[in-house]
Design a protein around this ligand. Structure first.
Ligand code: IMP
Ligand code: MG
Length: 188
């Protein structure tokens, strides 16, 4: 494979990105959240449910910061709408592989924006007879909330800007950035 510099286009230093949260800030915050969750859930064998695909890094980093027995599952949710805005119509694309009756559930999500997706998902999980259902979200775009959602473990509150990286995408791009950045011009 040719490796001339003309063919190498860095995504991490893309000029269309403004870094909002560095790798180090994310790592430090997740360490704190992990310690808090460790003490809150000690002995409860919680089931962490990661919401695909955006929460993939947050789940994998968070679970390694939690020092007690736990299990993980994944769900995929689709909310109809454009690539930057949710419509509010929610559909489960991939459901859990196990029943959750009597389990302590911790939903792990990348970002709470309008709250429409999470309010649907949390109500759905509660209706399945879980012993408890709580939410860990890395980012909270609180200014845009339409439905009240209680975030039990929050990474960061952020302004109303479209962000990408660390699992978050714009039209499936930028998930691989190790940091979180504001996408300056989605059309570029
Ligand atoms: P909500 O139902 O409006 O709270 O939407 C939550 C979902 O919208 C998140 O799980 C993300 O997939 C997506 N989303 C909302 N804001 C952003 C953003 O700034 N960047 C990337 N995805 C976002
Ligand atoms: Mg998501």
């Amino acid at each position: 494979m040719a490796t001339s510099s003309a063919q190498f286009t860095s995504e991490f230093s893309n000029p269309n990105l403004d870094i909002l949260l560095s790798e180090e800030r994310i790592r430090d915050r997740i360490k704190d959240l992990g310690a808090q969750i460790t003490s809150d859930y000690a002995g409860l064998n919680p089931l962490l449910i990661g919401v695909l695909k955006g929460a993939c890094f947050f789940l994998s980093d968070l679970m390694r910061a939690i020092d007690t027995r736990l299990g993980i599952e994944f769900m995929a949710i689709s909310s109809y709408g454009s690539s930057t805005r949710t419509s509010g119509e929610v559909r489960i694309m991939k459901d859990l592989d196990v029943p959750i009756e009597g389990r302590h559930i911790l939903v792990v999500e990348d970002i709470v924006d309008t709250g429409l997706t999470l309010s649907y998902l949390l109500a759905n999980l509660k209706s399945r007879g879980a012993a408890s259902v709580k939410l860990a979200a890395l980012l909270d775009k609180f200014e845009r909330r339409q439905r009240e959602v209680k975030i039990d473990y929050l990474g960061f509150q952020i302004p109303d800007e479209f962000v990408v990286g660390y699992g978050l995408d714009f039209a499936e791009r930028y998930r691989n950035l190790p940091f979180i950045a504001v996408l300056k011009n989605p059309e570029a």
